[in-house]
Ligand binder design. Structure first.
Ligand SMILES: Nc1ncnc2c1ncn2[C@@H]1O[C@H](COP(=O)(O)OP(=O)(O)OP(=O)(O)O)[C@@H](O)[C@H]1O
Ligand code: SF4
Ligand SMILES: [Mg+2]
Length: 346
């Protein structure tokens, strides 16, 4: 059987921001927001990108959609026609015909919808921009999209303020789906919502993935949100990917001490297990002045001399499980059972 190309392949992606100081705003250094990361997402799959605030998740997402020009690296996207394009290299104009195939769902459903536009205008805007001139056709498509996100079509004449946070996120999703994208980049799509509503939106995203064959890059800062919706998880720390594995494996048998610490913060229903949370010493490293060697070494309970001087490379330690840690093969870390809501694994 021929091996299918992934829908998205990110190779050695970097995005640096200049650090300016003084009256003349001279460039005195580079903030390495995304620092040489590689991963792929297969068609129909959900890959989650997880890590603490400031580790470079949004910058990665924006580079993929070319809202930001990468400093270096390739972003290979398989178009609907089957060609592979490098969105990092194409001039913006040449990218235009493919833009509708990759869409974003934003974190904040309150600020991402224009309060002066009706739901119809919000969802129909991308249709109009892509040449659907007939108002009837737009109306019909908006109706379809509202049904798809389980909202009543008669809502289309209302303004965003009439809706709850969860409903607004549904409107945002309908808008993202308007032009039949294949890749959806969802940047913390539920973190601004109440916990009870979060599950509804996640379930909707899962249903839509089944119905429409969507591929998701799902960005989140904690692992508890992603465990039920991801096929694989990539963990980021200070601009670098430190571990990628299938969700079950990553939860049950993490190989990077940072992943273990993130897992220990996943809420556990049994109060006797709550004391096991690993509280990381020190602050998350500054991407403008990262530590030497492994960026995680100042906070790592397993650090040895080598970790302070030598940067660990991402290595495949089992098929599909890659880790950047000098000690990944020798230390045993604690995971949780991904299927049972935070129960520790044996
Ligand atoms: N336009 C910019 N100019 C300068 N620095 C930036 C810019 N955008 C992001 N950064 C810096 O790049 C780093 C990564 O930021 P990014 O927003 O990608 O992180 P994140 O993982 O999405 O964080 P959060 O969880 O808070 O959303 C941070 O140190 C941030 O301050
Ligand atoms: S390389 Fe060393 S410091 Fe880094 S995570 Fe592994 S053990 Fe910890
Ligand atoms: Mg972000």
């Amino acid at each position: 059987m021929p091996i299918e190309a992934p829908l998205l392949e990110v190779r050695n992606l970097k995005r640096f921001f200049p650090i300016r100081r003084g009256l003349l705003r001279r460039v005195v250094g580079q903030l390495r927001a995304v620092d040489d990361i590689s991963f792929h997402i297969n068609r129909g799959e959900t890959l989650s990108l997880v890590g603490e605030s400031g580790c470079g998740k949004t910058t990665t997402a924006r580079c993929i959609l070319r809202a930001l020009k990468p400093t270096a690296g390739e972003v290979l996207f398989q178009t609907a026609a089957g060609d592979v394009i490098d969105t990092a290299a194409l001039p913006k104009g040449a990218l235009q015909p493919f833009r509708h195939q990759m869409q974003m769902i934003f974190q904040d459903p309150f600020s991402s919808l224009n309060p002066r536009m009706t739901v119809f205008d919000i969802i129909a805007e991308p249709l109009l921009a892509n040449g659907v001139k007939s108002r009837d056709q737009r109306r019909q498509r908006v109706e379809e999209l509202l049904e798809l996100v389980r909202l009543r079509p008669e809502f289309m004449q209302r303004f965003p303020h009439a809706f709850s946070g969860g409903q607004r996120q549904r409107i945002g999703i309908a808008r993202a789906l308007a032009l039949n994208p294949s890749l959806i980049v969802a940047d913390e799509p539920v973190s601004a919502l109440d916990v009870s509503v979060q599950a509804q939106i996640l379930n909707l995203m899962l249903d839509l993935q089944d119905e429409l064959g969507l591929t998701y890059l799902f960005v989140a800062h904690d692992l508890s949100v992603v465990k039920h919706i991801s096929d694989r998880v990539a963990v980021m720390y200070v601009g670098k990917i430190v571990e990628i594995a299938e969700t079950d494996r990553l939860f049950k048998a993490p190989k990077h001490p940072y992943t273990e610490a993130l897992l220990s913060a996943v809420p556990k229903p049994d109060p006797r297990l709550r004391s096991e949370r690993i509280v990381l010493a020190g602050e998350v490293a500054d991407p403008a002045q990262p530590p030497t060697g492994c960026y995680f070494h100042p906070r790592c309970a397993h650090a040895i001399d080598r970790c302070r001087s030598e940067t660990p490379k991402l290595e495949e330690i089992q098929p599909g499980h890659v880790v950047a840690c000098h000690r990944a093969r020798e230390i045993t870390l604690k995971g949780v059972d991904a299927q049972s809501n935070g129960k520790p694994s044996a």
